[in-house]
Design a protein around this ligand. Structure first.
Ligand code: BES
Ligand code: MN
Ligand code: ZN
Length: 523
C-alpha cells in the first residue's frame, strides 16, 4: 500500500525564489553584467546606449565570438570597464521583439548562472528601457524565476564517491535590474514584486505536477491543498467521496471508484478584505486533477502512459492561481474548485456502458472510461454554479489528445460560451505568452454526443473531439454564467518546446494567464 502522507512536506517544499533588486543606472561595477543584443544590430545602437568602454567590450565580444545574437543564445565574455564577466543575451531580430522574447532570455540567464555557479547578475537594458520598461523588466524577472525551476527531489545525492552537492546549487539567485530613473524604478520594483509572487505560484503548480501518481493521489493532494490554504488564509473545504455520493455527484464518484484513495472535490475560497467586494459575485476557477489516468477499463496503450501523471495539471494551476490571488490581495472574490480522482482499473472501477446521474440531474452514457476528465469536471462545474453563482467560470483541464494533435505545445484550446470572456482571456494569454486559440462551440456539434440510452454519451468518438469535450461541459454550466474551457493537454507538459524554462517538466500553464486576467479585471 502506498503511504503517501509522509511525503507531503517534500511535495510542496518550495525552492527558494530569486531575489529581485533594482538600481538607477548606471552600475557598471558589478561581477556579472548582462546586456541584451539584437540580431544584425547596428553597433552604433549599442554605443548610443552604453558608455564607450562597455560598448567597446560588447563590440569586442561580438566580433571575437561571431555572436549572432539569435534568440535563445547566450555569450559569456570577459568584462572590460568594471564588470568581471560580461553576458550577452541574444534577443533575435529587433522587429520580432516582444515581451516573450525577453522572458525567454531571462530564463536562459538564470539557467546559465546556475551552470557557472554564480548567484548574482546585473541586467542593463541598453536601450530597451525606452519602451515600457516596467512590463519588459517584469517579463525578464518572470523568465528568470521560471528558468530557475528544477525538480530533482528524487535524485539521491552522490555520497558514495564523497562528492557532496555544491551548496551554491541551493542558494537563491539574485537579479539586479537597472532602471533609467526613479519613477521607472518604482514601477519596476512593483512589477517585480508581483511577478515574484506569480512565478512562485506557477513553480509551485509545476512542482506538485511533477510528483508521480504514487505520491500525489486524491488524499495527499487534499492535504497539500489544505496546507496551502492555511498558509495563504484561504477558506478550505472538501467534499469527500461519501458527501459526493450523497450530493449525487455521479461523475466524480464513478471515475474515482477504482482508486485506492477515494475521489474528492477540493474547494478553496479567497475573500478580499474590501467591504465593497463582499457582495460581488465571485470568479470560479475549476481545474481537473486526475492524479493518474490509465484510461480505466478503456485502458490506454503502454507507450508514454507515464506522462499521465500530468493529468492533474489543470487542478495544479488552480492551486497556483489561488495562492497568487491571496498573496497579491486582489480585490475580487475568487473560488477554486479541484475535482480529483485516480482513473484506474479495479473490480470497483466504472465501466463502458455504465449510466451515470450527474450532480445537475442529467444522465451520461459512458462510452469510454478514458473520457473521464469531463465527468469529474461536470460535477464540479454544476456544483460551482449552484453554490457560488459565479460572475464568470474558467475551467482548465488536460482534456483531450485531440487538442494536442491540433495545437501542439504552443497554444491551448479555448472554448467559451461568452465572447467578452474569450476576448479577455485571449488578451491575457497574449500578454503572458500563455496563448489561447479559440475553437467553436456550436450546437451543430451537439449531435455527436447523442445517446440512445441517456441524455448524452461522454465520448462520441474522435470527430471534433476537443469540441465534444467543450460541448459536454457546457451541459453543466448554469444558464447565464459566462464560462470558458481551456484544454491545456498540449501545453501542460509540452514535448517539443523551446521555451527554456520548461524542459522536460510541467509548464505551470494557466497560472500566469488566469492571474493576469484577474489583475486586469481590477483596472
Ligand atoms: N487525459 C487525457 C487527455 C490527454 C491526452 C492529455 C494526451 C494529455 C496528453 C484524457 O482523459 C483522455 O484520455 N482523452 C481521450 C478521450 C478519448 C479516448 C475518448 C483522448 O482525447 O484521446
Ligand atoms: Mn483519459
Ligand atoms: Zn485524463
Amino acid at each position: 500500500m502506498t503511504k503517501s502522507a509522509s511525503s507531503m512536506n517534500l511535495a510542496i517544499a518550495p525552492g527558494k525564489p530569486p531575489a529581485f533588486r533594482t538600481v538607477v543606472q548606471p552600475v557598471w561595477n558589478c561581477s556579472v553584467l548582462v546586456i541584451p543584443v539584437f540580431e544584425n544590430q547596428d553597433q552604433r545602437f549599442v554605443a548610443k546606449n552604453l558608455p564607450p568602454e562597455i560598448a567597446g567590450a560588447v563590440h569586442t565580444a561580438v566580433e571575437l565570438h561571431d555572436f549572432e545574437a539569435k534568440a535563445g543564445t547566450i555569450l559569456q565574455a570577459d568584462g572590460i570597464g568594471g564588470a568581471r564577466r560580461l553576458i550577452l543575451l541574444g534577443m533575435g531580430k529587433a522587429q520580432d521583439f516582444n515581451a516573450d522574447q525577453i522572458r525567454w532570455a531571462g530564463s536562459l540567464l538564470s539557467r546559465h548562472l546556475r551552470k557557472i555557479k554564480v548567484a548574482s547578475a546585473t541586467f542593463h537594458p541598453a536601450g530597451l528601457e525606452r519602451t515600457n520598461w516596467p512590463v519588459l523588466a517584469g517579463a525578464l524577472g518572470e523568465g528568470f524565476a521560471l528558468g530557475d525551476f528544477k525538480f530533482s527531489v528524487y535524485k539521491t545525492e552522490k555520497k558514495a564517491n564523497g562528492i557532496q552537492k555544491d551548496p551554491r546549487d541551493n542558494k537563491p539567485l539574485e537579479l539586479i535590474v537597472c532602471c533609467p530613473d526613479q519613477a521607472s524604478e518604482k514601477a519596476v520594483e512593483k512589477m517585480l514584486a508581483e511577478k515574484s509572487i506569480i512565478t512562485t505560484a506557477a513553480n509551485l503548480a509545476r512542482r506538485v505536477a511533477c510528483h508521480p501518481g504514487n505520491i500525489i493521489r486524491p488524499d495527499s493532494l487534499t492535504a497539500i491543498a489544505r496546507t496551502l490554504a492555511a498558509a495563504n488564509k484561504l477558506k478550505f473545504s472538501v467534499i469527500d467521496a461519501k458527501a459526493a455520493e450523497k450530493l449525487g455527484m455521479g461523475g466524480l464518484c464513478a471515475v474515482g471508484a477504482g482508486g485506492e484513495a477515494p475521489p474528492a472535490l477540493i474547494i478553496l475560497e479567497y475573500h478580499p478584505r474590501s467591504a465593497k467586494e463582499k457582495t460581488a459575485k465571485p470568479i470560479a476557477v475549476v481545474g481537473k486533477a486526475v492524479t493518474f489516468d490509465t484510461g480505466g477499463i478503456s485502458i490506454k496503450p503502454a507507450a508514454d502512459m507515464g506522462a499521465m501523471k500530468y493529468d492533474k495539471c489543470g487542478g495544479m494551476a488552480v492551486l497556483g492561481i489561488m495562492q497568487a490571488v491571496a498573496q497579491l490581495r486582489l480585490p475580487h472574490k475568487v473560488v477554486g474548485l479541484i475535482p480529483t480522482a485516480e482513473n484506474t482499473l479495479d473490480s470497483r472501477a466504472y465501466r463502458p456502458g455504465d449510466i451515470l446521474r450527474m450532480y445537475n440531474g442529467k444522465t451520461v452514457d459512458v462510452t469510454n472510461t478514458d473520457a473521464e476528465g469531463r465527468l469529474i469536471l461536470a460535477d464540479a462545474i454544476a456544483y460551482a454554479c449552484q453554490k457560488f453563482a459565479p460572475g464568470a467560470l474558467i475551467e482548465l483541464s488536460t482534456l483531450t489528445g485531440g487538442v494536442v494533435v491540433a495545437l501542439g505545445g504552443v497554444f491551448a484550446g479555448l472554448m467559451a460560451g461568452d465572447d467578452t470572456l474569450a476576448a479577455n482571456l485571449t488578451a491575457a494569454g497574449q500578454a503572458t505568452g500563455e496563448r489561447l486559440w479559440r475553437l467553436p462551440l456550436d450546437k451543430a456539434y451537439r449531435k455527436l454526443l447523442d445517446s440512445p440510452h441517456a441524455d448524452m454519451v461522454n465520448s462520441g468518438g474522435r470527430e471534433a473531439h476537443p469540441i465534444q469535450g467543450g460541448m459536454f461541459l457546457s451541459e453543466f454550466v448554469a444558464q447565464g454564467v459566462p464560462w470558458a474551457h481551456l484544454d491545456i493537454a498540449g501545453v501542460a507538459d509540452p514535448k517539443k518546446d523551446d521555451r527554456w524554462w520548461i524542459g522536460d517538466n510541467a509548464s505551470g500553464f494557466g497560472v500566469r494567464l488566469v492571474v493576469e486576467y484577474l489583475q486586469r479585471l481590477g483596472a
